[in-house]
Design a protein around this ligand. Structure first.
Ligand code: ATP
Length: 365
């Protein structure tokens, strides 16, 4: 079990800064996701937390002990890579037992420990088989078995499901999460897939260009994104932005888009110039009573819901409406927005303005 804290961690490769100044804490027993687009510095951050790379500057603590300059083998952790390297000529049992043999554990204890791990992973019936002939899923389980058998303080996983097809990936994601809940070991997991991060994570760090954009529980990040990047990266379709120029001092409770007014949660900080009103697709309603008009430019039917693309005077936005809503391409409709859920952004910095609704989340962001 372990709490892992990183403070102002930076990593330079020659003149290139891969991680700028990252700070966050992974609490004991958490399933913690490092999320962001390709090249944002997730793997580099993970490798530094695990001790495979040393930071250029900053501190890393495991259970309060500074380990920044300690290598992985001194940190009592296990790393699970995307391409699981197993010993193909060995049996399942041989592969899982390998780390324990290297530690010099007595044979009887090894047998008992491997049997327990195999039971947890549901592979007790294939212990004597060579791994060479196993299915992808069973190989994955064997590799996990090899990682968990030592009962390390923490697991580090770098896109472990990346190579799997969608259906199997979902199944393995559920298994991994269930395994974590049974074992309770701190797990740090890299993914570029926002859905995977939302489904599996207790907490998420969203990274972009080597910087931490936001850090928190999935629902807070979804509801109250700290930046336009996070708002656009999380959610499918992502958050919409209605762009306008204006002034919004602290205390503002409504904004004007053309001749229409929209209520927003009371602002705790102000901004003027280029602004963007952020709204999730499910909070846009087609409402003929509204004087804010838009033209329907596309309708994507998904069964229980449909995604409607609307052209407004402040940019195109998408609404998620019920599947049986009558809506046709080319028609004009009124729009209303759910005031309680809106976020105003400063377009120049990309930052969300803190409001009465979001300040609990954004205060520490
Ligand atoms: P991906 O999902 O594509 O692996 P990532 O978010 O994990 O992306 P990193 O692998 O951490 O990103 O890489 C961040 C940046 O640092 C990239 O631009 C990468 O090219 C660069 N980088 C990583 N390792 C090295 C290295 N050993 N030497 C030089 N540059 C590196």
């Amino acid at each position: 079990m372990a709490q892992i804290r990183i403070e102002k961690v930076r990593k330079d490769f020659g003149g290139f800064t891969a991680v700028r100044s990252s700070s966050f804490t992974v609490e004991d027993g958490e399933f913690f996701m490092l999320l962001g687009p390709s090249g944002c510095g997730k793997t580099t951050t993970l490798r530094m937390m695990a001790g495979l790379d040393l930071p250029t500057s900053g501190q890393i603590y495991i259970d309060g002990e500074e380990v920044g300059q300690k290598r992985a083998r001194q940190r009592d952790i296990a790393f699970v890579f995307q391409m699981f390297a197993l010993y193909p000529h060995m049996s399942v049992e041989g592969n899982i037992a390998y780390p324990l043999r290297s530690q010099g554990m007595p044979r009887r204890e090894i047998r008992e420990t491997v049997a327990e791990v195999a039971r947890i992973l549901g592979i007790a019936d294939i212990l004597t088989k060579p791994v060479g002939g196993l299915s992808g899923g069973d190989r994955q389980r064997v590799a996990l078995g090899r990682a968990i058998v030592r009962k390390p303080k923490a697991f580090f996983m770098d896109e472990p499901l990346g190579a799997l097809d969608a259906e199997f990936r979902e199944h393995m994601a559920e298994e991994l999460r269930a395994l974590h809940d049974r074992m309770g070991a701190t797990t740090v997991y890299v993914t570029h897939d926002q859905l995977e991060a939302m489904q599996m994570g207790d907490k998420i760090v969203v990274m972009n260009h080597g910087e931490v954009e936001q850090f928190g529980v999935p629902q807070d990040i979804y509801d109250w994104p700290a930046t336009m990047f996070v708002a656009g990266f999380i959610g499918s379709p992502p958050m919409n932005f209605l762009s306008y120029e204006g002034t919004a001092p602290p205390g503002t409770t409504e904004v004007a888009l053309g001749h229409s007014r929209f209520g927003i949660p009371e602002l705790r900080e102000g901004c003027s110039g280029e602004l963007a009103l952020g709204v999730r697709p499910e909070h846009v309603r087609l409402d003929d009573a509204s004087d804010y008009r838009a033209r329907v430019v596309a309708v994507e039917y998904l069964g229980t819901t449909q995604i409607v693309t609307l052209r407004t005077g402040h940019g195109d936005i998408k609404a998620r409406v019920l599947g049986d809503t009558l809506v046709r391409e080319g028609e004009t409709t009124g729009l209303s927005l759910d005031a309680r859920t809106l976020t105003l952004f400063d377009r120049k910095s990309g930052r969300a303005l803190r409001s009465a609704a979001s300040e609990r989340v954004l205060a520490h962001g």
